[in-house]
Design a protein around this ligand. Structure first.
Ligand code: DON
Length: 589
C-alpha cells in the first residue's frame, strides 16, 4: 500500500486518539531528558547557514529556517538544487513528536512515455535525459517550501524567503565550487541562452569573487513570497515556464504545473543497536536500503571484527541492498513494491547468511562505469525547542538540465535521468532499474536522497549528504559512526567506500583504505576502483540529550559551514534581529 494511503488511513482509524496519546507520551519522554542547549545549522554554503540563522533569530523555528535555507541554497548553489528541482524534507516536530517526510520530488510530465529517451532501435539516446528541457521533471521545491511554511513554520513566506531574495537581487561572490561545477557543465550551459546569460560571463566561467546577481530569480522568489506557490504553478511564471520548455523541445503543459502536489509520507523507521533510525521513504530508495543494510548487520554484527573484515561485511551488505533497489524499487503510488518483505528482519537475516567472510559474492551482469556528478545538497537544522529538519534537495546533475526558462530565473532539473530509461540500462550514476522505475506520466522517479535522524535515549543525530548513488552508503557509514559514539566531525570527515552491486567494484576515496587492506580485499575476490577524487558533502548535527550539548560539522570536502546559537544568547540575538538588514533591503520583523 502506498505510504500516502497508509497515512490517510491512520488519520481515520478509530484508534487515532490512542495513537496520538502514545505519540505525546513518546515526545514527553524525550523532553524529560532536556532540550538542546543551542540552535544548530549545518549547510553546504555559508550564506545559506547565515540565512537560517537570521530566520531563527527573527523568532522562526527550525521549519522556517529550513525554508530560508532551501531558498538561499537555490540562489548560491545553483548547481545543486533550486526552485526548478525537488527534494525530501524530513521533519520532527517537538510539540507532538510528529515525524513526516515532505515529498517534494519532481514528477514526470503527463506527456512522458516509457520509451521517450530511446531511439528507433530501442537504444538509449545519450544525454537525452540530462541536457535541455526534455530532461526536466515537474518541480516540487516551490510547493514544498510553501507547504512547510504554512503547516509547520511560524513566519510568513515573505519573511523566510527574504534572505534568498536579497541574495538573488544583490548577488553573491563566485566561489571555487561554483567554478568547478560550471566547468563540468560548460558546454551545456553555453548551449541554452538564458542559462548562459544567468550563469556565465561572455560564455565563460565567471572569475573567482565576481558577484553573481540573478534579478529574474529574485522576482520569482518575490512573487512566491507574496502569493505563495500558486505564483509559480499558475499565472505568469507558470505560463513562461511552459512556453520556454515547449519552445526548446520539452513536453510540459500548464496542467502539469497545476496538478503538482506535495505528499506527506511516513518515514522509514528501523531499529538497530538500541537506536531508532528514521529516513526517507519511497520514492527515495534511501530509507529502504538503510533499513535492509542495518537489518543485515543485526544478523551479522560488526563488533569485534578486524578493520578489513568490517569493510568486507559492509561491502557485501551494500551489494545485496543495492541489488534489491534495481529489482524492486520505484514510486509505490504507481507500482506495487513488496515493501513489507524487503523491510522484514527475517528476509535480511536470510540474505545475511549468504555472506561469506572469505569471498566476495560476484554481481552477475555487465558493468559500466558511471559519471561522477557532484552536486545536490543537504542541510540539517535543530532548534532550541527540539524541532529538527534533515533535507536533501536536488536538480540532479550539476546545473540540472542547464536550461533556464527565460524571464523566470528558474534553472530546470534533469531528474528524469533518475528513471530507468530502459530495463537494465545504467543512468548517470551507474544505477540500473526495471519496470518498477520505468517512466510513466505523473510518476516520481526513484531517488537515493537519504535525509536521516538517528535517535536514542542518549543522542539525536541529524545527517545527510549529496552524492548520487553513493548517498546511501555514505549515510550508512555516517550513522554507524554516530551509533558507535564517534564525534560528529568524524562522521563527515571519514574516508568513504561504496559498492552498489553494479558495477561490481568497491569504489574507494583516495586514502580511505590502506594498501594492505586493499590487497586483502582483492584476495577475497573484490574488484577495486580507487577514485581520483573525494565525494560527498555531509552536513550533520549531534545533540547529546543528557547534557543538552549540541555539536555540528560540515564536510571538509566542501565549503559549507555550521552555526551554533547557544540558548543563553538568544534574548540578545532576538533583540538585535529587528536591526538586521537583509541584502534585499528588507527588514525582518
Ligand atoms: O535523487 C537522486 O538520487 C539524485 N538525483 C541525486 C543526485 C546527486 O546527489 C548528485 N550528486 N552527486
Amino acid at each position: 500500500m502506498p505510504d500516502r494511503q497508509r497515512i490517510h488511513r491512520a488519520r481515520k482509524a478509530p484508534l487515532r486518539g490512542l495513537f496520538v496519546f502514545c505519540l505525546i507520551l513518546v515526545a514527553a519522554a524525550a523532553d524529560a531528558t532536556g532540550r538542546p542547549a543551542s540552535d544548530a545549522i549545518a549547510t553546504a554554503h555559508p550564506l545559506a547557514t547565515e540565512a537560517g540563522r537570521l530566520i531563527l533569530e527573527a523568532g522562526g523555528n527550525a521549519f522556517d529556517a529550513a525554508v530560508a535555507i532551501s531558498a538561499s541554497l537555490a540562489v548560491v548553489e545553483p548547481y545543486g538544487s533550486g526552485l526548478g528541482g525537488g527534494g525530501f524534507w524530513l521533519l520532527h516536530r517537538a510539540r507532538d513528536g510528529r515525524q513526516v517526510m515532505i515529498d517534494g520530488r519532481e514528477r514526470a510530465p503527463l506527456a512522458a512515455r516509457a520509451d521517450m529517451y530511446l531511439d528507433a532501435q530501442g537504444d538509449v539516446i545519450p544525454r537525452a535525459s540530462i541536457d535541455g528541457p526534455l530532461a526536466a521533471g515537474i518541480p516540487g521545491t516551490p510547493a514544498a517550501l510553501a507547504h512547510i511554511a504554512r503547516h509547520y513554520g511560524r513566519l510568513p513566506l515573505e519573511v523566510s524567503l527574504s534572505p534568498a531574495i536579497g541574495l538573488a537581487r544583490e548577488g553573491f561572490p563566485i566561489d571555487a565550487v561554483y567554478r568547478r561545477m560550471a566547468g563540468f557543465r560548460l558546454e551545456a550551459l553555453r548551449r541554452f541562452p538564458a542559462a548562459r546569460e544567468q550563469f556565465l560571463v561572455d560564455g565563460e566561467i565567471p572569475p573567482l569573487g565576481q558577484v553573481l546577481r540573478q534579478p529574474a530569480l529574485a522576482a520569482t522568489l518575490t512573487a512566491i513570497a507574496e502569493s505563495g506557490a500558486a505564483a509559480f504553478y499558475h499565472g505568469e511564471i507558470g505560463a513562461r515556464l511552459v512556453a520556454a520548455v515547449r519552445a526548446s523541445g520539452g513536453i510540459w503543459s500548464a496542467e502539469d504545473l497545476q496538478a503538482y502536489r506535495v505528499v506527506e509520507r511516513a518515514p522509514i523507521v528501523v531499529h538497530y543497536r538500541n537506536h531508532r533510525v528514521v529516513s526517507a521513504s519511497l520514492p527515495s530508495s534511501g530509507g529502504v536500503l538503510l533499513a535492509q543494510m542495518l537489518n543485515m548487520l543485526s544478523a551479522r554484527p560488526l563488533d569485534e571484527l578486524s578493520a578489513v573484515d568490517r569493510t568486507h561485511l559492509l561491502v557485501e551488505v551494500m551489494r545485496r541492498a543495492y541489488a534489491d533497489r534495481a529489482t524492486y524499487l520505484g514510486d509505490s503510488d504507481y507500482v506495487p513494491v513488496p515493501l513489507a518483505g524487503l523491510l522484514s528482519p527475517a528476509y535480511a537475516h536470510r540474505r545475511a547468511k549468504t555472506i561469506d567472510m572469505a569471498r566476495a559474492m560476484p554481481s552477475v551482469a555487465p558493468s559500466e562505469e558511471a559519471d561522477e556528478g557532484r552536486d545536490t545538497t543537504h542541510f540539517s537544522v535543530l532548534d532550541r525547542e527540539g524541532n529538527r529538519v534533515a533535507a536533501t534537495l536536488s536538480i540532479n546533475y550539476p546545473f540540472g538540465a542547464c536550461f533556464v526558462a527565460a524571464g523566470t530565473g528558474v534553472l530546470l532539473n534533469d531528474e528524469m535521468d533518475d528513471f530507468s530509461a530502459k530495463p537494465g540500462a545504467a543512468n548517470a550514476y551507474g544505477l540500473r532499474g526495471n519496470q518498477a522505475n520505468a517512466i510513466a506520466p505523473g510518476k516520481r522517479m526513484l531517488s537515493s536522497m537519504s535525509p536521516t535522524f538517528v535517535e536514542s535515549e542518549q543522542r539525536v543525530a541529524i545527517l545527510g549528504t549529496p552524492g548520487g548513488s553513493r548517498i546511501i552508503s555514505m549515510v550508512l557509514l555516517g550513522l554507524l559512526d554516530a551509533i558507535e559514539g564517534r564525534p560528529v566531525e568524524d562522521w563527515v570527515a571519514r574516508g568513504r567506500f561504496h559498492h552498489q552491486h553494479l558495477p561490481d567494484r568497491i569504489q574507494i576515496e583516495p586514502g580511505a583504505l590502506g594498501t594492505e587492506a586493499i590487497g586483502d580485499l582483492e584476495r577475497r575476490g573484490h574488484q577495486i576502483r580507487q577514485l581520483d577524487d573525494t565525494y560527498g558533502n555531509m552536513q550533520a548535527i549531534l545533540w547529546d540529550r543528557r547534557s543538552g550539548e549540541v555539536t555540528t560539522a560540515s564536510d571538509p570536502r566542501g565549503i559549507g559551514s555550521s552555526a551554533l546559537m547557544p540558548n543563553s544568547s538568544v534574548p540578545a540575538m532576538r533583540q538585535s534581529a529587528g536591526r538586521i538588514r537583509l541584502r534585499a533591503g528588507r527588514r525582518l520583523p
